[in-house]
Design a protein around this ligand. Structure first.
Ligand SMILES: [Zn+2]
Length: 225
């Protein structure tokens, strides 16, 4: 575990890891930049389990910190033209969980298939799949969410950190009752940079590269339950 995260983070000034109790760790960093990179790169995972991180404040006792909030990027699909303003990711973020930030590439003039919004979610609750919205007076429509770097998700209860094969709800239900309202479609596709033969002459939004990198660098996660 220590090795995995050290290799993922490569903190410039190193990191000291102490196991406080099984499945609870204290990471000590030696530079603010290293802390910032790790927090902003969340979710991190080891062995398909997400690391739930919380920054300690002066005087905090590690065992008493509640670890149930996870920050992650959500891709918002099927928005319509009238919704392209900064107010929108904020409201959507606060519906999914609590809004953290809007991707700086959202409104730069390049057309994206989706908006990205960073959200802090409660990992004990099911992930939101969609949201119904409208402009005043206009018709309602659905927008759909995909979550970046979510590795393990239960398709029955929509909670991260266990798969439906191991969820407790599975055993409370008769076989014919089992429905799977959640699915792999809630995981955002990994975005890779594609080089085609003609790409030398094709112009891309200049942000495309950045954005792809940002997305593929993160690792999966689920709750460390
Ligand atoms: Zn479940």
């Amino acid at each position: 575990m220590k090795q995995t995260f050290a290799a993922l983070w490569r903190p410039g000034k190193g990191v000291y890891v102490r196991e406080i109790e099984p499945n609870l760790y204290l990471f000590q960093f030696y530079h603010e930049l290293d802390i910032k990179r790790v927090l902003e790169g969340s979710p991190w995972s080891s062995n398909r389990k997400a690391l739930i991180i919380s920054r300690m404040k002066e005087g905090d006792v590690p065992r008493n910190i509640s670890l149930n909030k996870l920050e992650l990027w959500v891709q918002v699909y099927d928005l319509r033209v009238g919704f392209m303003s900064e107010r929108v990711p904020k409201e959507i973020g606060n519906y999914i969980g609590s809004f953290v930030e809007s991707c700086s590439k959202n409104f730069t003039g390049t057309w994206w298939e989706y908006l990205r919004v960073r959200v802090s979610i409660d990992v004990t609750q099911p992930l939101k799949r969609k949201m119904k919205i409208r402009q005043s007076g206009a018709e309602w429509f659905w927008i759909n969410f995909k979550y970046e770097n979510v590795r393990t998700l239960c398709f029955i209860c929509g909670i991260m950190g266990h798969s439906e094969k191991f969820g407790s709800r599975l055993f409370e239900m008769a076989i014919y009752e089992i429905t799977k309202p959640y699915g792999a479609w809630m995981r955002a596709p990994l975005r890779h940079k594609i080089h085609h033969i003609g790409s030398k002459w094709l112009r891309e939004g200049e942000e495309v590269g950045d954005r792809n990198t940002a997305a593929s660098e993160g690792v999966g996660k689920s709750t460390a339950a």
